[in-house]
Design a protein around this ligand. Structure first.
Ligand code: OAD
Length: 244
């Protein structure tokens, strides 16, 4: 459909997701009572220091999380699918920024997608720098698919103390957006937790989360409930209002 001349251009949209969006697909969040960081300590598995001290432990931790993604029961849910639909039909600029290292947004069909904390499905070679599809188990020291060297592969995920990926593209999208939606994230890890403050006042800001996040009060609107219900409802209304 073409817009009548003189009608306002649709705003650019940035959607930020966290572990809550994948909870109903069977993947644990980090800080809920059954969350990952209630079972293992960040300092033991998710820092460069932990990897230097005990690489086998770190590789086993991420190998186990990667293996979960191959479980047929773990698949995209209605929230992932609704966001892929939004990507396809939103008439303005669009970027889905996820903090999740799972591959469920991609599997649901999202294309304008940025994994700011990396991806379990990929491995990075510390010898040659290549980022390739990860072998299933890095603990076995498989050869790098690019250079063939063994022992240099690490998970392509961002650890605490490392720089998130794609920040330049994210900042550009935030600078231009008129709509910012945060879904299923506790708002406790920066820089993602600071995005709402960056756009506040010039973009409509909406939080969709099971419970109010730490930064909930900064949003224009905050709705509580499970992502599989809230996200499809929200996306339907958004597309209807945009005439998309
Ligand atoms: P958290 O575990 O901190 O927060 C998950 C949020 O999702 C909580 O606010 C829950 O209330 C909410 N939630 C749970 N189930 C939900 C559901 N069914 N529908 C909607 N919301 C639900 O996870 P993140 O905010 O993603 O980083 O954590 C941010 C980062 O901290 C992660 O990317 C990871 C972690 O340490 C790194 O490892 C670098």
């Amino acid at each position: 459909m073409t817009r009548p001349s003189g009608a306002a251009a649709p705003p650019g949209a940035v959607v930020l997701t966290g572990a809550g969006v994948s909870r109903e697909s069977g993947l644990s969040t980090f800080r809920d009572p059954d969350g990952v960081w209630r079972r293992v300590r960040i300092e033991d598995v998710a820092t460069p220091e932990a990897f230097a001290r005990d690489p086998a432990r770190v590789q086993e931790f991420y190998d186990a999380r990667r293996a979960q993604l191959a479980d047929p029961a773990v698949r995209p849910n209605a929230a992932h699918r609704a966001l892929a639909e939004l990507d396809r039909r939103w008439p303005g600029d669009f970027l889905l920024v996820t903090q999740n290292v799972d591959d469920l947004h991609g599997r649901a069909g999202s294309e304008r997608l940025l994994h700011m904390h990396g991806e379990l499905a990929k491995a990075r070679c510390l010898r040659c720098g290549a980022v390739e599809r990860s072998p299933p188990r890095l603990a076995d020291s498989p050869p790098c698919p690019a250079c063939g060297e063994r022992g240099g592969l690490r998970p392509h995920v961002v650890w605490f103390g490392e720089m998130p990926l794609g920040m330049e593209r994210i900042e550009e999208a935030l600078a231009r957006c008129g709509l910012f939606v945060s879904i299923g994230t506790s708002g406790s890890v920066y820089p993602a937790a600071g995005f709402v403050a960056t756009v506040r006042g010039r973009a409509r800001t909406v939080e969709l989360n099971l419970e109010p996040s730490e930064g909930s009060a900064l949003f224009d609107e905050a709705r509580q409930g499970p992502a599989t219900r809230l996200v499809p409802e929200f996306v339907d209304a958004l597309l209807r209002d945009a005439g998309a």
